[in-house]
Design a protein around this ligand. Structure first.
Ligand code: GTR
Length: 425
């Protein structure tokens, strides 16, 4: 009798796990009471089972190990080969935006000889501030002309997604100008004494499953000595951000020791991978980067690994797809990606209406990364529960959730700028 009961109990437990497994992978959950238990990999547990004791062990042993796990399982190889950058100032206006800013547009050549491989960077500098200045850099979704209604910005000539505002036959038009202006609070940024720099991520690789054929995974394959399938679209976008940073080091108006990297959503995932790969990014902002970014994949809430891989097969390394049906087997999770930012200032932000990114997962992940920051004597998030809306929490790792939908708003920028002011005062 006891044996029979035990068997029934075990079977019940098993069927429950299987149900959770199936549900987790194929469907998205937005009911907190249905989140099954999950176990995060211990970010401080080393391969040999010992716990990381100090920042030296982190820097020398554990960080390279975790970084490698990310290359292998999620983003693919990151190119190690260095190419000397070549730059061309395409345009400069010292009286931009009614005289408050200097606008520069710079072409960054990514290939040593083929001048058709480039990305164009748009920069605004505050005019009333002594140079060099810190800079906020991030990609835009549909071309530099989209971040500001400024007729002086060159219209992007490359492929843009069909849904981009004003796009005709996947090309931007004049009516695309300023389409993303609310996500780029240019005047606010300049008022804090910072420059802002942006480039179109599609210059590196068009965001579609065939994008790799015309993007840098193909055009740079012989130069970087990496085959297209060895890395990913997010890898290519991340790589491009570092080439922009190379340029900053040559521009005497920029303080290249104070480069803040920002990315929203898929571009937040790219920004995190860029900052994990390149420690020169001094401050990191993840704006609703969600699944495959700041949030926790093992927590069944919002987007899942399976869904993201099916919808965007080009974003990640091929091995990531093997975890769609088994997130338990993933040796990494969002808190480990965030840990790779340590000890640099990190801001993670969510929006209440953006359940797809799992705000609570982003909070828990940011909190957990604090264990690594502690090795450096830095304080992360010192509260246990999700804060109320519009109540940022934390120290060197900061977090907020605001009302509203998946977006970048004035409120978000105000928090990031204040955070940078405080870190860099
Ligand atoms: C969604 C995707 C998210 C996020 C978002 C975006 O469709 O599922 O992971 O990246 O796109 O980039 O806007």
């Amino acid at each position: 009798m006891i044996l029979k009961r035990t068997i029934v109990f075990v079977l019940l437990i098993c069927s429950c796990f299987v149900q959770n497994g199936i549900a987790q992978t194929n469907t998205s959950n937005t009911d907190e009471s249905k989140v099954p238990p999950y176990t995060l990999p211990d970010v401080l547990k080393m391969k040999d089972g010992r716990e990381v004791k100090n920042s030296q062990e982190w820097n020398n042993i554990q960080r390279p190990y975790i970084y490698h796990l990310y290359e292998e399982n999620q983003f693919g190889k990151y190119p190690v080969k260095k190419i000397a950058g070549k730059y061309r100032l395409l345009e400069k206006d010292e009286h931009a935006l009614g005289g408050i800013a200097t606008r520069k547009q710079v072409r960054i050549y990514l290939h040593p000889t083929d001048t058709s491989v480039y990305t164009d960077v748009l920069l605004y500098f505050p005019n009333n501030v002594k140079k060099p200045v810190p800079v906020f850099v991030g990609y835009n979704f549909s071309g530099n002309h989209a971040i500001q209604n400024d007729a002086g910005i060159m219209l992007s000539q490359t492929w843009v997604p069909t849904k981009s505002k004003g796009a005709v036959n996947n090309r931007a038009t004049d009516s695309s100008r300023g389409a993303e202006a609310s996500q780029w609070q240019v005047k606010e940024i300049l008022a804090h004494g910072y420059a802002v720099a942006t480039a179109y991520y599609g210059d590196l690789e068009p965001d579609n499953p065939d994008g790799w054929k015309t993007g840098i995974r193909t055009t740079l394959k012989d130069v970087l000595k990496i085959q297209p399938e060895e890395w990913s679209a997010i890898g290519a976008w991340a790589y491009g951000l570092s080439r922009i940073l190379d340029y900053f080091q040559k521009d005497k108006d920029i303080n290249a020791n104070k480069v803040a990297i920002i990315g929203h959503s898929r571009l937040g995932k790219a920004a995190l991978w860029a900052a994990a790969s390149d420690k020169r990014f001094a401050l990191i902002v993840s704006n609703e980067s969600g699944e495959g970014g700041a949030t926790l994949s093992k927590r069944w809430y919002g987007e899942t690994v399976k869904i993201i891989n099916e919808k965007f097969p080009h974003w990640f390394a091929s091995k990531y797809k093997t975890y769609g049906d088994n997130t338990d087997a993933l040796p990494i999770d969002g808190h480990m990606l965030l840990s790779l930012m340590a000890p640099r200032p990190l801001y993670v932000a969510s929006a209440e209406g953006d359940t797809w990114s799992d705000p609570k997962g982003e909070f828990l992940s940011a909190k957990e990364a604090g264990r690594v920051y502690a090795l450096f004597g830095k304080k992360g998030i010192d509260v246990d529960n999700m804060p109320l809306l519009h109540h940022p929490v934390g120290n060197t790792i900061r977090y907020h959730i605001r009302a509203g939908k998946h977006d970048v708003t004035l409120y978000d920028w105000q928090q990031y700028l204040q955070f940078a002011d405080k870190q860099w005062e």
